[in-house]
Write a protein that binds this ligand. Structure first.
Ligand code: F6R
Length: 367
């Protein structure tokens, strides 16, 4: 059932091109010119009444929600807050009838996420669910359900479910932009068309798995490292760090690149690995200067950037991994792939149980 792969996690990493295609199927037309989300049963009038959006989830799904915030704010210009579900209910959130709450859950059974959904409904909010399990508790109780068609995810560490959640957020962002007319159709089509190229770009990335494996084997010798990035790169850095901790048990922290100098820089020593994501053109120069700061303290820097920036970034880092070019907004759907492979191969090098890491369960049904 692992279809020739050594672990479910690796199989699921390789299933991502298919998961992307299925999650876009029927939602983006074949020519990429039109976008629809038939499962949302709201009128344009109702959509126009949304004043704010709360995204609520746990763990990896929360990290997808961090990307979702930027995507929705950029495309639909509605203010979005993203919360961890176990915190949301206890901070007395301001949930009103003009709030849209989007819960994100691969399993659809996570206790805290389900409790947040119920609280949101009690307060009169409309609730959408992004979930991978049709008929799950979250899917049954939400008003509208955007299914991620990633297929069953067996490995405890989430990979294809996370990246399919990103695709679902792009769909939500485009759908809202179209319905609210915050963006013109040509702009929406240009993003949708680029999305259709993502599966092939993921395939290109997967062909470079051996390069990532070598980097992972050297990282596995360390007990402490950092992921840094700005904007969407910071969101992906947080997911990369969680993945690494979860299955390799190597301690890491994800930091907004500009925050390092406010304390964390003290932890950088000679040889400390720093994985720097540098994919967002507007923030590019700023992150490069943060890379210089860590290099000056002895860090060993692995840069992750787009093909088109490769030459420039190569000058500032010790090692470089380049991902195919795409729109800045869509980059997380590519940049997370090498980070997944990195944690997989680090765990493998250390001889851990990749699919069943210690202390963790696939579905967390207690609060
Ligand atoms: C990490 C991981 C967890 C889950 C979290 C939420 O790889 O899988 O962090 O993302 O427990 O689970 P779901 O999405 O099922 O609500």
């Amino acid at each position: 059932e692992k279809a020739g792969f050594d672990h479910f996690m690796l199989k699921e990493i390789y299933e991502q091109p298919k998961a992307y295609r299925e999650t876009m199927l029927g939602r983006i037309s074949e020519d990429g010119k039109s976008v629809q989300l038939k499962e949302i049963g709201m009128t344009v009038e109702q959509l126009k009444a949304i004043r704010k959006i709360h995204i609520v989830a746990c763990g990896t799904a929360y990290h997808a929600g961090l990307v979702g915030k930027t995507v929705i704010e950029q495309l639909a210009r509605i203010p979005v807050e993203t919360d961890v579900a176990s915190e949301y209910r206890y901070r007395n959130p301001i949930i009103t009838e003009d709030t849209l709450v989007i819960v994100v859950s691969q399993s659809g059974e996570t206790a805290d996420t389900l409790a947040a959904l119920r609280e949101a409904k009690r307060c009169g909010a409309r609730v959408w669910a992004i979930t991978n399990v049709v008929g799950s508790s979250v899917a049954r109780e939400a008003d509208d359900v955007v299914t991620t068609w990633a297929g069953p995810e067996i490995a405890v560490a989430s990979t294809k479910a996370y990246s399919s959640q990103l695709i679902a957020f792009y769909m939500v962002g485009l759908y809202l932009a179209q319905s609210l007319e915050t963006r013109d159709q040509a702009f929406i089509s240009s993003i949708a068309q680029e999305m259709l190229t993502l599966p092939e770009k993921v395939e290109t990335l997967l062909e470079q798995a051996q390069t990532v494996k070598q980097i992972a084997e050297s990282i596995a010798k360390h007990s402490n490292l950092f992921f840094i990035g700005r904007g969407l790169d910071f969101a992906v850095a947080q997911e990369g760090s969680l993945k690494l901790k979860e299955i390799s048990y190597i301690h890491s922290e994800a930091y907004a690149a500009g925050e390092l100098k406010h304390g964390t820089l003290a932890l950088i020593e000679e040889g400390t690995p720093v994985i720097a994501l540098v994919t967002q053109e507007e923030l590019y120069e700023k992150t490069l200067s943060n890379i210089k700061e860590v290099k000056a303290r002895g860090a060993h820097v692995l840069g992750v950037t787009n093909n088109s920036n490769e030459g420039e970034v190569a000058k500032s880092v010790d090692e470089l991994f380049a991902i195919p070019n795409t729109l800045p907004l869509l980059t997380p759907a590519l940049s997370v792939i090498p980070l997944q492979l990195l944690s997989y191969y680090a765990s493998l090098a250390l001889g851990h149980d990749v699919d069943k890491p210690r202390n963790l369960a696939k579905s967390v049904t207690v609060e």
